[in-house]
Ligand binder design. Structure first.
Ligand code: FA5
Ligand code: MG
Length: 428
């Protein structure tokens, strides 16, 4: 057993009485601050930059694929790669720059990790799209850690990694391979927005961009997995239209691995690239790695267990990894029921109790012992109108068998903390 040292990397990130210290910078706390010590421990780990970590390996493979398949005019790689941008961003970068309006549900305090009202841990790598386009880049890949308060199960974790890709096309670049392409335009006046396109785009330009996007991603996935089953699902993002998600077949189910679309022209206009059209995608590196290596649980990416890590120490990144699932140790489950606090919506934008508050609390006390939390009963008392929730928590250690006793201890701490921190009343 060799434990990898986490010392000597980034400065420690901590949360104090008045401020949060993150990556060597200080951010004053306010009523929006909701980062936790457990989350801050992960900032600076940069799993995607740790040689031979499975997320690093998949990032390197994606890089290699783009480097070899897309060569610029001067013979160098078309796509530049950025994997060292700080995960601390402004709410302007994470939301406004992507046309996400004030009050949009994705800004909820319950879904994000805020350092304060104006600064947060990025919720997606799209937070950097506008800045990189504004800096003059036409084709880039960007990998990084992202942070979300979300549900808890085998494919969701509050810190995960995304790879963003953006490619812009000038009129000449898009139409040069089309016969009589010189007569075609990217833009039209007086057009209408439809399910197929934005108002300012011509249908022919959008179809070519959409085709290039889907072909690029299909080729990437077939390079990574060989022939696997994939499907495209229409969806919505405020910063792309039309928008799609790709799903791949994983252990008998469809799993969403990426979102993408034709970039909103308003975004490109404000980033100084208004004469071009572009596509963008954002993919989940864990999700792809899970499919590629048959990794059964997303918590394993944080494991320091040599039996896990050593399997990815290949000589050559193209060498196939045959992942041997670590035997799963038996799970234990325990339920918890409580009455929700009575309060209505309090101050603007702050809910009195959200399910994510509870998930967060479970994760911060139970850590990686918790495999899954699910709401199993939601009950309203017929007379008093009080609401009660019952959650089932599944505990399982990735590296050994848990005892009933140690699970009891953690479970009781969760019960106590739920009462003292969330204002619920236990029905334990
Ligand atoms: C986004 O984050 C968009 N920014 C993607 C995008 C980029 C769209 C550019 C258009 C243009 P979404 O929330 O669906 O979208 O997340 C993208 C991917 O991240 C998902 O498909 C999934 O692979 C992964 N992902 C999302 N949530 C989690 C989670 N909690 N744990 C692990 N992976 C996740
Ligand atoms: Mg999605």
């Amino acid at each position: 057993w060799r434990r990898l040292s986490t010392k000597g990397h980034a400065p420690q990130s901590v949360i104090g009485q008045d401020s949060a210290q993150v990556l060597g910078q200080s951010y004053p706390r306010d009523d929006f601050t909701n980062v936790t010590p457990k989350i801050l421990e992960k900032v600076g780990r940069n799993l995607h930059n740790q040689s031979h970590h499975p997320l690093w390996l998949i990032k390197e493979r994606i890089k290699a694929h783009f480097y070899s398949s897309y060569i610029g005019r001067s013979g160098n790689p078309l796509f530049s790669i950025h994997d060292n941008l700080s995960p601390v961003v402004t709410t302007e970068q994470n939301f406004d720059s992507l046309l996400i309006p004030p009050g949009h549900p994705s800004r909820k305090r319950g879904d994000n990790y805020y350092l304060n009202r104006t600064t947060m841990l990025r919720a997606h790598t799209s937070a950097h799209q506008t800045d990189l386009v504004r800096s003059g880049l036409d084709a880039f890949l960007l990998a990084g850690d992202v942070y979300r308060r979300d549900e808890i199960d085998a494919s969701h974790y509050p810190v995960f990694h995304q790879m963003e890709g953006v490619r812009l096309f000038s009129n000449r670049q898009l139409f040069s391979r089309v016969q009589n392409g010189g007569e075609l335009s990217l833009f039209e006046r007086g057009g209408r927005r439809s399910p197929e396109k934005q108002e300012t785009h011509t249908l022919e330009a959008v179809k070519l961009v959409e085709f290039d996007l889907k072909r690029t991603l299909t080729q990437l996935v077939s390079y990574l997995f060989g022939a696997g089953e994939i499907r495209w699902v229409d969806c919505y993002f405020p910063f792309t239209h039309p928008s799609f998600e790709m799903e791949v077949r994983f252990q008998g189910n469809w799993m969403e691995v990426l979102g993408c679309g034709v970039m909103e022209q308003e975004l490109l206009n404000s980033a100084g690239a208004g004469d071009k059209l572009g596509w963008a995608f954002g993919l989940g590196l864990e999700r792809l790695a899970m499919v590629l290596y048959s990794i059964p649980d997303i918590r394993l990416f944080w494991s320091q267990d040599e039996r896990f890590l050593k399997q990815f120490r290949v000589q050559d990144i193209h060498q196939p990894v045959c992942f041997q699932t670590l035997s799963k140790y038996p799970p234990l489950h325990n339920d918890i029921s409580f009455w929700l606090p009575n309060g209505k919506e309090s101050e603007a934008g702050r809910e009195s109790f959200t399910e994510n508050d509870f998930y967060e609390l479970v994760r911060s006390i139970g850590g990686d012992l918790v495999e899954k939390v699910s709401l199993v009963d939601n009950f309203t008392h017929p007379k008093t109108g009080r609401r009660s929730h019952c959650y089932r928590i599944i505990y399982r250690h990735m590296e050994r068998t848990l005892t009933q006793q140690e699970v009891q201890r953690v479970h009781q701490q969760i019960e106590q903390a739920a009462e003292s921190e969330l204002g619920v009343q236990g029905r334990f």
